[in-house]
Design a protein around this ligand. Structure first.
Ligand SMILES: Cc1nc2ccc(C(=O)NCC(C)C)cc2n2c(-c3cc(OC(C)(C)C)ccc3Cl)nnc12
Ligand SMILES: [Mg+2]
Ligand SMILES: [Zn+2]
Length: 343
């Protein structure tokens, strides 16, 4: 398949995204989950090209083809935390970099912009569809490796990304100068660690301050910005239309409930959110969108008030929250209780 992908992109025929994929591909309304899986490696290459990364960082096309296919292969197939999710997350980072001109406007350095896009592609590598807590409770190999530092899964995702870059013929950063190379690996690690929910809660107050008075010269602000950006990308499914968002919620709870079943079998009492007998999804989604998702897109819209895309994303999240609140209300009035609520 490398050969096939290389021939496709080899003779400088990297197509324009909106022609080859979908007219909405380059807009915030675009639904990356609508791109057929077989087309996603080429879509990744066109995004690298469209963002000017291939030229700026002298990335060899064959290396990029191999790297992209290795990353896709590096994902397992749980209901949610699979390649389709990683592709969707990377697509949103492509939209942010492209439409907010993050590199050109000095919000991110060139290095940070490339780090963000690559980190998004790799941020959930080899995910097993279970949480950090589950790793520790089940005494998994990954917990034995990383539980002393915390963010068990995220440290594993980083290790997997480094292993791919260290694979013969897959190092897309092979032509970077030394200091750029070490910077990019440091940034990618930092960004992937920021996709741990507990890390996000920890830095939330600093994110609020950073957004109020962003200083393009302050590296600490750049780091905080990259954390906010990757979190918005990781949650970007919530900025699409209701149908797409509802399907994603079904996938997430399919994954959560499987973990709950596993925990019950292991004699561990699962969280309500993981227990298919106890979870009331509309309520859980109202809480998560009010508590986690919407605040992220409020910050993003505050930081980029001039961008139609960030305002659109915030509006979409607000609409989704309304949908779930309606859904919850109808269910409660109709059944008076939430037991047995399946989507
Ligand atoms: C639609 C949607 N519902 C969710 C409902 C609950 C939770 C959950 O983990 N609750 C635990 C309690 C302590 C809050 C996550 C949900 N979730 C995520 C998600 C986000 C993540 O981390 C960042 C990106 C940093 C926020 C990491 C993992 C996941 Cl699955 N993505 N979409 C969703
Ligand atoms: Mg993750
Ligand atoms: Zn993710």
């Amino acid at each position: 398949e490398v050969h096939q992908l290389v021939t496709l992109i080899g003779n400088d025929l990297v197509p324009k995204p909106h022609e080859r994929f979908h007219p909405s591909f380059e807009t915030f309304r675009g639904v990356p989950r609508g791109i057929p899986d077989r087309d996603t490696p080429l879509a990744v290459v066109t995004m690298f090209e469209d963002l000017g990364f291939i030229h700026r960082w002298r990335i060899s096309r064959t290396t990029l083809a191999r790297f992209t296919l290795m990353v896709r292969k590096g994902y397992r197939d749980p209901p949610y935390h699979n390649w389709t999710h990683a592709f969707a997350v990377a697509h949103y980072s492509y939209l942010l970099i492209k439409n907010l001109h993050l590199d050109r406007e000095g919000y991110l350095t060139d290095n940070e912009a490339l780090s963000l896009f690559v980190a998004c592609l790799c941020h959930d590598l080899d995910h097993r569809g279970t949480t950090n807590t589950f790793q520790v409770n089940s005494k998994s190999i990954l917990a034995s490796l990383y539980s002393s530092e915390g963010s068990v899964m995220e440290r594993h995702h980083i290790a997997q990304a480094m292993a791919i870059l260290n694979t013969e013929g897959c190092n897309i950063f092979e032509n970077l100068e030394c200091h750029e190379y070490s910077k990019i690996l440091e940034n990618i690690g930092h960004i992937i660690l920021a996709t741990d929910l507990s890390h996000h809660f920890k830095i939330l107050p600093s994110l609020g301050r950073m957004v109020k008075s962003f200083n393009k010269k302050d590296p600490a602000h750049h780091s905080l910005l990259m954390c906010l950006l990757v979190t918005s990308c990781d949650l970007s499914d919530q900025t699409k239309d209701w149908r797409a968002t509802k399907q994603v919620a079904e996938l997430i709870y399919k994954e959560f409930f499987s973990q709950g079943d596993l925990e019950k079998a292991m004699g561990i009492n699962p969280d309500k959110m993981m227990d298919r007998e106890k979870a009331f999804i509309p309520e859980l989604q109202v809480q998560f969108i009010e508590g986690v998702v919407r605040p992220v897109f409020v910050l993003l819209a505050e930081l980029f008030p001039g961008s139609e895309g960030t305002q659109q994303s915030l509006q979409a999240v607000t609409d989704i929250l309304l949908f779930w609140q309606k859904f919850r209300e109808i269910y409660l009035t109709k059944y008076g209780t939430h037991h047995g609520c399946s989507l």
